[in-house]
Design a protein around this ligand. Structure first.
Ligand SMILES: Nc1ncnc2c1ncn2[C@@H]1O[C@H](COP(=O)(O)OP(=O)(O)OP(=O)(O)O)[C@@H](O)[C@H]1O
Length: 265
C-alpha cells in the first residue's frame, strides 16, 4: 500500500512535570502529502518524539487534531508502523517469527505469511539469518528486522524514531541506503526523527526544523537535491551549514535552560 497523507492541525502538547507545565509542542501545523519522506530535526528536548508519538497514537495531543488519509488518529493502528531506536524485537522469537508476528495477529493465511516473510527477508538481506534470535544479530541486522516487521504489515505510513542513532557510521549509511531503496519502491509516507543534520539531508524530501521549548516549527525546508545524494557536494554542504545554524540556536537555548534549571534546583 503506498503512502497516506498526514495532516497535523493546531497541535499542542503540555506535560505536567512535577507541578510545572512543560509545553512540548505548540501550534504545530503540518500537511504531509502521501509518499513524502519528512525528517523532523532538532536538538534533544525540542519535541520530535512527542510529535511522532502523537502521530503514532501513543500519546494524544492536548489540543489539535491529526489525521491519516482523513481518519482521525486517536490510538495506535496498523496503518502507522513504528520503528524505534532500541530494537523492539521479541527476544524469544527468531527473525522469521518476529517478521511474521503481525501477519499472524491479522490472521493472514499461513501460505501467504510464508510468501511475504520470505520476500521481505530477501529484500532486507536477512534470508540467511531467518532462524537466528535477536541476541545473535548485530545492531544493524536487528534494525533490518524491525523494518521488515513494519513492512510486513504494509503500513502506508512509517514512523521512525532515530532508528539508526545507535549504529556505527558505516552500518548507518548502509541502512539509510536500504531505506531509500525501499521507500523509492514502496512509496510509503515516512516521518523520521533525527538530530543528525547530515542524516536529514541525505534522506529527506523535506526537513522540518523544530524549536526548543516550546516545540514549534522553526523552518520547513524542501530538499531539492537529486538522489543518491553526495555529502561532499557543494549544495549538500551549503544546506548543512544553514541547518547547522538553525539547530545550533536551539541547542544554545536548551543549554541555557538547563543552566537556569540547575540554578533553581
Ligand atoms: N512524559 C513527560 N513528562 C514530562 N515532560 C516530558 C515528557 N515527555 C517529554 N517531556 C518533555 O517534553 C519536551 C520534548 O521531549 P521529546 O522527547 O519529545 O524531545 P525530543 O526532541 O524527541 O528529544 P530527544 O532527541 O532527546 O528524544 C522535553 O522538554 C521533555 O523534557
Amino acid at each position: 500500500m503506498s503512502g497516506s497523507r498526514i495532516v497535523i492541525e493546531g497541535v499542542n502538547k503540555v506535560f505536567d512535570s512535577g507541578g510545572r507545565d512543560v509545553v512540548a509542542l505548540k501550534d504545530i501545523d503540518l500537511d504531509i502529502p502521501g509518499g513524502q519522506f519528512v525528517c523532523l530535526l532538532g536538538p534533544s528536548g525540542c519535541g520530535k518524539s512527542t510529535l511522532l508519538n502523537a502521530v503514532a497514537g501513543f500519546a494524544p495531543p492536548s489540543m489539535g487534531t491529526i489525521t491519516a488519509d482523513g481518519a482521525l488518529v486517536t490510538a495506535p493502528g496498523p496503518e502507522r508502523g513504528m520503528v524505534f531506536q532500541e530494537y523492539a524485537l521479541f527476544p524469544w522469537m527468531t527473525v522469521e517469527q518476529n517478521v511474521a508476528f503481525g501477519l499472524e495477529i491479522k490472521r493472514v493465511p499461513v501460505d501467504e505469511i510464508k510468501r511475504r516473510v520470505g520476500e521481505l527477508l530477501g529484500m532486507l538481506s536477512l534470508s540467511d539469518f531467518r532462524q537466528r534470535y535477536p541476541k545473535d544479530l548485530s545492531g544493524g541486522m536487528r534494525q533490518r528486522v524491525a523494518i521488515a516487521r513494519v513492512l510486513a504489515l504494509d503500513s502506508p505510513i512509517m514512523l521512525m524514531d532515530e532508528p539508526f542513532g545507535a549504529l556505527d557510521a558505516l552500518t548507518r549509511r548502509n541502512l539509510q541506503d536500504e531505506l531509500l531503496r525501499l521507500w523509492a519502491e514502496l512509496k510509503k509516507t515516512i516521518l523520521f526523527v533525527t538530530h543528525s543534520i547530515e542524516e536529514a539531508i541525505y534522506l529527506a524530501d523535506r526537513i522540518v526544523v523544530m524549536t526548543y521549548r516550546p516545540g514549534t516549527i522553526k523552518r520547513d525546508i524542501l530538499v531539492d537535491l537529486p538522489r543518491m545524494r553526495d555529502p561532499s557536494a557543494q549544495e549538500f554542504n551549503e544546506l548543512k551549514r544553514e541547518l547547522g545554524m538553525l539547530v545550533m540556536e536551539e541547542q544554545q537555548r536548551h543549554h541555557s535552560d538547563e543552566l537556569r534549571q540547575a540554578a533553581v534546583d
